[in-house]
Design a protein around this ligand. Structure first.
Ligand SMILES: Nc1nc2c(c(=O)[nH]1)N[C@H]1C(S)=C(S)[C@@H](COP(=O)(O)O)O[C@H]1N2
Ligand SMILES: [Mo]
Length: 383
């Protein structure tokens, strides 16, 4: 059986208000789930071919996302890899290049982390709000593998290549237009790559990685948006120049409209670390009261506040953090009159920084949909 990090120890829960563990009211108390009245729109083409298995918030019932429920993103399809022939090369600006088999990686010291993975495109549209999940990952330390490879002086970054490939076009429209086969890859500075939490991961929630989520081996870089967590790894390359492939330099680039000396100025940055965020997940009725449960994630979450309609921000009860990289449940109990209501949440970090509203300049000046951590408002109809 799948291990579920779910229920409070100590059996039955007497009161919703007292309830603060890693579970949702729906699954813990048998309250009646009221579906949100807003519905994400169907995925438009071609996103529907890239993104799969989105989390439907009403279906969420565990703090750890089971392996068959975690969303998937595959920009160049979803490759099937034979573990018997699979190899991982560590190459480039290193004194000791190496090749690993799956058994070779598993023979190295094992480390684990519980971390939430979210696509930076999540909630960028009214149709993408379920690209998130939480899992316990296990694998070998990336930093130790890089140390053993002996990075040469002058190296600046590490590139992680998947085995998945797709066609791309350069010089579009020019007489020398070129179609070429590209390999999915992302890079990281050496300093970021050496973070001890990073791992070459071969296990998700105690089982082999599902094919969808990177079998046999993927990078898990806790605290970074999904795109950094390269799946189906084939090659790790240390470089002394910057890698500017499609998913570093053209896609997953956040464009922010600013101004400099009276002229428009577009800042352009590759998607980076996860940002402070929260979302209302479910609303449950029990004994004439309503409990709203949600999630908060990103760095250093310290508090969550909830706003009903245009009312005041009210502090929610926030569950303990079992891992600095994992989402946390929050709960609030509320009386609600019959009719239509809105529920908005915002996370606050340890330094007092608040998850921005959608009309905050941080969000409003952003021209691409990546890294959208604006406050989420859900709608509900109370009978
Ligand atoms: N090789 C490879 N790795 C990849 C991708 C991909 O298309 N190819 N997509 C990335 C993106 S955009 C996200 S959000 C995460 C999603 O991880 P998951 O599919 O395990 O949920 O994988 C990342 N790793
Ligand atoms: Mo993504």
């Amino acid at each position: 059986m799948q291990r579920r990090e779910l229920l409070a120890s100590g059996g039955a829960i007497a009161s919703l208000a007292m309830f603060a563990s890693h579970a949702l009211a729906q699954s813990a108390t048998g309250g009646k789930l009221i579906p949100w009245s807003d519905r994400p729109l169907p995925l438009p083409s071609p996103i529907d071919k890239v993104v799969t298995n989105l989390q439907r918030w009403e279906d969420l019932d565990t703090w750890i996302t089971p392996n068959d429920k975690l969303f998937g993103v595959g920009h160049y399809g979803y490759p099937t890899i034979d573990e018997k022939t699979w190899k991982l090369n560590v190459a480039g600006s290193v004194a000791k290049p190496a090749t690993f088999t799956l058994a070779g990686l598993k023979a190295l010291p094992r480390q684990e982390v519980i971390s939430t993975i979210e696509c930076s495109g999540n909630n960028g549209f009214p149709f993408l709000d379920g690209q998130i999940g939480n899992a316990k990952w296990a694998g070998a330390s990336l930093a130790e593998i890089l140390k053993a490879a002996q990075i040469k002086s002058g190296a600046v970054e590490v590139v992680f290549y998947g085995v998945d490939q797709g066609d791309d076009v350069a010089h579009k429209g020019a007489p020398f237009e070129l179609t070429y086969t590209d390999t999915f890859a992302r890079s990281m500075s050496i300093e970021d790559a050496m973070n001890s939490a990073n791992m070459l991961c071969y296990e998700m929630n105690g089982s082999a990685l599902p094919a969808r989520n990177g079998f046999p081996v993927r990078l898990i870089a806790p605290g970074w948006y999904g795109i950094a967590n390269v799946k189906w790894l084939g090659r790790i390359e240390v470089r002394d120049t910057h890698y500017l492939g499609k998913f570093m330099g053209r896609e997953y680039v956040t464009l922010r409209q600013g101004e400099q000396d009276g002229k428009p100025f577009m800042s352009q940055t590759p998607v980076g670390r996860m940002l402070l965020k929260s979302a209302p997940a479910q609303i449950t009725s029990r004994d004439g009261k309503y409990q709203i449960d949600g999630m908060a994630w990103g760095p250093d979450v310290d508090a969550v506040q909830v706003k009903i309609d245009n009312g005041p921000w009210t502090r929610a009860a926030l569950d303990d953090s079992k891992s600095p990289y994992s989402w946390r449940f929050w709960h609030i109990t509320q009386a609600l009159a019959p009719g239509e209501h809105t529920v908005t949440s915002r996370a606050i970090d340890k330094s007092g920084k608040v998850q921005p509203a959608m009309d905050d300049p941080l969000i409003a000046t952003k021209k691409t949909y990546w890294e959208s951590n604006g406050q989420i408002t859900r709608h509900v109809q109370i009978a």
